[in-house]
Design a protein around this ligand. Structure first.
Ligand SMILES: Cc1ncc(COP(=O)(O)O)c(C=O)c1O
Length: 402
């Protein structure tokens, strides 16, 4: 018999990643979930039961797949089980999840406090669209300092949002401390926990109301699907379904939902390896004479290592470092890599590195967006699942050319 979400609370993460949202298909008895491509579902046909077909809080009723479909629902159950959330809503991408969440809870005239350093796409959405076009007041602050967060509160503040660890700098925010500030102020508190991959930190248990993930990264892990999710209490999820899934329509496809459900099975195992490799590669880079600095939450030298130890149970595979040398030498380093690929995205099985050059004509490509955090030579590295010795050898030989 299929485990209900409520029955899985005391199970270990590996068990939940395999069994939540899984079950035997009623019609075929298949022990894997089928892909349901239908774009319409039969409705209940009595005056008593018809409203049930449209009840957004009844998560197993389907009518039209933009609001919900079976593959999305299986994935939502798995992710809710893994994150320790009462419920989850999945989206077509991480940005669809982030924008769906903000459009659900914020209106013109409201005030949002958010991390100054966050994924560039989220930063652009908050400043250029939510702020300039939709009339939400947005304060970008150093959420690594709870005093700055408290000082930024206004009478019309409705939400505090932090990204921790932040993309691309691995800057950390103290989730429990900010949750206390949010509770005292009576505002919603959301955490973009993408870098943790639902494994290395539990924002909801530290007091956050909402957790958001780009599933494109660690949950997918194989570099072949986009996806996003918001997780939290049932009432908040019902509001997101009603406002965002139905009226914004960033719906995850059935096929991508199936791919992500399959990928989530190995997520705890993969993340364990990302953490082991991340630490070994970070230690190697830290000892290299051509490296200016390394930032990895698991290194004692990370400025917020104490926060990492307090709120994370593993430090993941994301790090950044800077090369000593000119821009030409950075490009030489990238061209010299044989195993690690110069590409965007992160959390894949294969290691990916991204360079943030100071290209004045193309600020979107570079450091100009984060002038206080990033200087010339800055690289973000997503440490993959290869053998750590091979990654270190690849970095060593490419650094020799600099
Ligand atoms: C922290 C973070 N949040 C959100 C996103 C957006 O996710 P997606 O690319 O799936 O839209 C990203 C993408 O890199 C990210 O790193």
């Amino acid at each position: 018999m299929k485990l209900q979400l409520e029955d899985t609370r005391d199970l270990g993460l590996a068990t939940r990643s395999i069994h939540c949202g899984e079950g035997v298909d009623a019609e075929t008895k298949a022990v894997r979930r089928p892909i349901v491509m239908a774009n319409s579902f039969e409705l209940n046909s009595t005056s008593e039961t018809l409203p049930e077909s449209f009840a957004w809080d009844n998560t197993h009723q389907y009518n039209y797949p933009r609001s919900r479909h079976p593959n999305a629902r299986y994935l939502e159950e798995r992710l809710a089980g893994m994150e320790g959330a009462a419920d989850c809503v999945v989206f077509a991408s991480g940005i669809a999840a982030v924008s769906g969440m903000f459009f659900t809870f914020l209106s013109a005239g409201d005030h949002l406090i958010s991390s100054r350093v966050c994924y560039i796409g989220v930063h652009g959405f908050l400043v250029e669209h939510l702020g300039k076009r939709f009339g939400v007041e947005v304060s970008l602050v150093n959420t690594g300092d709870p005093v700055e967060v408290r000082a930024a509160l206004r009478p019309n503040t409705k939400m505090i949002h932090v990204e921790t660890p932040a993309n691309p700098t691995t800057h950390l925010s103290d989730i429990a401390a900010i949750a206390t500030i949010a509770k005292q102020a009576g505002v919603l508190f959301s955490v973009d926990s993408t870098f943790s991959g639902l494994v290395t930190q539990r924002p909801l248990s530290l007091g956050a109301d909402l957790v958001v993930h780009s599933l494109t990264k660690y949950v997918n892990g194989h570099g072949d699907a986009l996806g996003g999710a918001v997780l939290g209490g049932k009432a908040l999820m019902t509001r997101i379904r009603d406002a965002a899934s139905i009226h914004l329509g960033g719906t995850l496809s059935a096929f991508n939902a199936w791919l992500l459900l399959r990928s989530a099975v190995t997520l705890p195992l993969r993340m364990q390896r990302h953490c082991e490799n991340g630490l070994q590669v970070a230690r190697f880079l830290e000892g290299h004479p051509k490296v200016k600095f390394v930032r990895y939450p698991g290194l004692e030298s990370h400025p917020q290592h104490a926060i990492a130890r307090q709120q994370m149970c593993g430090f993941g595979g994301m790090l950044n470092f800077a090369l000593l040398g000119t821009q030409d030498e950075c490009f030489k380093f990238l061209a010299g890599l044989k195993i690690i690929t110069h590409a965007v995205c992160l959390g894949h099985a294969e290691s990916l590195v991204q360079y943030y050059p100071q290209l004045g004509d193309h600020p979107e490509l570079g450091v100009l967006n984060y002038p206080e955090d990033i200087g010339e030579g800055f690289l973000r590295l997503s440490v993959g699942l290869e053998d750590a010795e091979d990654l270190i050898a690849d970095l060593r030989q490419a650094l020799a050319a600099v």
